[in-house]
Design a protein around this ligand. Structure first.
Ligand SMILES: Nc1ncnc2c1ncn2[C@@H]1O[C@H](COP(=O)(O)OP(=O)(O)OP(=O)(O)O)[C@@H](O)[C@H]1O
Ligand SMILES: [Mg+2]
Length: 372
């Protein structure tokens, strides 16, 4: 750019000076040469018009007229009648300079206009692309919401179908319980059976109410005890799978405002996933820490096969599962529960690297977080 802004005037000036010198230095008895030089002037005029538009073309033709006029007046004697075509040539220089300049200027303005339109189109295209991406993502959210609302309808049917057999199981368990005295291990097993049946009943009801969210029963909740309860609940399953469940408690007792029942449901879903993923002989570590006395962070780390990036994107979708007997609801429900406690549930995983589920819950009870 910088280079052409110097080179172009130099070329034009050289042309004008060169051609003028040819005129002045060539003897007058060689008129055919003068006729050629006379036409050579069109070269710088057209170039100037192309490069600089109307003003450039006119300026160049004027300079040429001024440079050429003394040659006509003094060398040729300035006889208007004799050298008429030479005077007309001067007028023609200016017409050609002006016309070519005007046309090239218009062309250039049109190019600028076209470039502006192209830029506008590009911007519109990008806006359109952005909008369509937003539409796709909203559609995705709607699809998920739709799945969840169908879930509500399904839950109503399910609840009806499951409640009755659950009632029978509970009744039979109660009858069996009477046959064993408290302290008998079988009595305890039956107690667990009854407790689990009750829990199942509540889960079914929760499904029923998923479309109409219930107000949570928020109470002070000791996080570690809740985790221990769930670990005890799945201890048998873990033993069978030969997977160790390792609890790493926080340095002090952490109490948060939460619906204990729902929180346990979320913990259970995640611990079951970890148990299912961990190979025999290995373990799942459940550690709890406190950040800045305001956030309780629970990490559940397994040494399972991990999750590849494509699967990772979908694991929170209701009904997404890679298991032949999975419902694909565990994580979707757990996340909903944690979010209803103003917390976050995230998953860090890579293929072959195991999985860590991170639950962050706010500690908003001023009396909690520091009980030794
Ligand atoms: N700890 C984990 N390690 C590896 N993959 C996991 C882990 N947790 C979840 N996933 C993947 O996420 C998917 C969704 O999990 P989610 O708990 O929602 O459903 P599910 O376990 O398949 O079914 P359900 O919980 O109803 O039995 C799983 O199918 C599995 O592919
Ligand atoms: Mg699961």
């Amino acid at each position: 750019m910088e280079k052409s802004s110097i080179v172009r005037p130099v070329i034009l000036i050289s042309f004008v000076i060169g051609i003028s010198l040819l005129h002045y230095l060539t003897p007058l008895h060689l008129p055919y040469l003068h006729a050629i030089f006379q036409r050579l002037y069109y070269l710088p005029i057209i170039l100037a018009a192309l490069w600089y538009g109307l003003r450039g073309g006119l300026l160049c033709s004027l300079i040429i007229s001024v440079a050429y006029a003394p040659h006509l007046l003094f060398q040729w004697g300035g006889h208007v009648t004799m050298e008429m075509e030479k005077y007309l040539e001067i007028i023609l220089y200016n017409i050609v300079g002006g016309m070519t300049g005007l046309l090239s200027q218009r062309e250039r303005e049109r190019t600028v206009e076209l470039q502006k339109t192209a830029r506008g189109l590009e911007e519109s295209y990008q806006k359109l692309q952005h909008q369509s991406e937003r539409i796709i993502s909203i559609e995705e959210q709607l699809r998920r919401a739709e799945k969840l609302s169908t879930l509500g309808e399904m839950a109503a049917v399910l609840a009806h179908e499951i409640r009755n057999p659950l009632g029978s199981i509970r009744g039979t368990a109660e009858i069996l319980k009477d046959d064993y005295k408290p302290g008998d291990p079988k009595h305890e097993f039956i107690e667990i059976q009854i407790k689990e049946t009750e829990r199942l009943n509540r889960v079914v009801e929760d499904f029923l109410h998923m479309a109409r969210p219930q107000p949570a029963d928020m109470r002070p909740c000791p996080v570690q005890e809740e985790l221990e309860m769930i670990v005890a609940l799945v201890a048998n399953d873990a033993r069978e799978r030969q997977v160790k469940l390792i609890l790493q408690p926080p340095p002090f007792r952490v109490i948060i405002q939460a619906d204990g029942e729902k929180l346990r449901q979320a913990f259970l879903n995640i611990i079951i996933n970890a148990l299912q993923a961990t190979p025999p002989g290995e373990g799942v570590i459940i550690s709890t820490t406190v950040h800045q006395a305001t956030i309780c962070e629970i990490r559940l780390r397994d040494t399972g096969p991990g999750i590849d990036a494509a699967t990772l994107e979908r694991i929170f979708e209701p009904f997404f599962t890679t298991k032949h007997d999975g419902t694909g609801l565990g994580l979707a429900i757990s996340r909903k529960i944690i979010e209803s406690h103003s917390g976050t549930l995230t998953l860090e995983s890579e293929s072959g690297q195991g999985t860590t589920v991170i639950i962050r819950l706010p500690i908003n009870d001023p009396t909690s977080g520091g009980t030794p």
